[in-house]
Design a binder for this molecule. Sequence first.
Ligand code: NAP
Length: 283
Amino acid sequence: MEAHETPALYGVLGYPASHSLSPAMHQAAFDHLGIRAGYHIFEVRPDELNAFLTDASARGISGFNVTIPYKEQIISLLDYVSPDARLVGAVNTVKVRSGRLEGFSTDGQGFIADLAARGVDPVKKKICVIGAGGASRSVCFSLAQSAPRELAVFNRDIRKAAHLVDHLREHFPSIAFRQADSVDALDIPGADILINATSVGMKSDDPQLVEERFFHEGLFVYDLVYAPARTKFLETAEGKGCRTANGLGMLLFQGMFSFEIWTGHKPPKEIMEAALNRAIAKA
Ligand code: NAP
């Protein structure tokens, strides 16, 4: 881009979205690579969503992330949705290309990349997932592609878990999926990996999701929640000798994949990670 050109415009679309750590991470990446671009918060009310999308290209927006509550709703409003995003039923990344809005899903990919960065291989593992919302769906579909031995899902609203498991079975007939009606029925003692894909743990008075007796040494425990960095769930797991990780790594990797979709540039991991850590320390 020539120096006199208008900087490219990126951002995160949500409502509310002011808490997002994405601006820090992406702005640092643009600045580091010398790309003239600004990453903003697009806090858009539900009744303004259609107008925002219609005007995005005319306003010079080149791409944006999508967060709560629009990840699912936005699908029907885009010109193109990638096969992965369609499978998961959620879009977290939109690229504006020649006036067309193209949707992608990088959450699940980000989760798998973080597991890999930690040396955790889901292949042939017995995996338990708690939650059946959008994040769980992304994680479960990506895990299913990694050929686990078994994937068991429990959710407070049992019908949602049943629906997710049915959907997974339909697309991955050779993988063993199980819907558990309680945390007990997940059979965590026999599992290799346990994942919290609910929002439980974000608030200090949230309930304890999994009793201490279920954790065991050798279990890898992942919490998609990253604020606070150490939830009760992770604290209990660590106390029982489990290896643990919070969702900050997933956030980083999903952002890196989004960045690459928008710019075609290799994302500067260390720069983005450092910016994320600085932002979360301030939050
Ligand atoms: P969502 O679609 O609203 O789903 C929320 C999930 O949490 C549902 O399974 C819901 O169960 C469960 N839940 C909420 N309160 C509960 C409670 N008191 N007891 C038991 N279960 C409860 O949200 P989402 O988009 O999937 O996000 C879930 C979490 O993942 C959030 O904390 C989000 O920040 C995090 N996340 C992290 C990343 C990352 O990059 N690290 C990316 C995406 C999301 P019901 O169905 O029974 O209501």
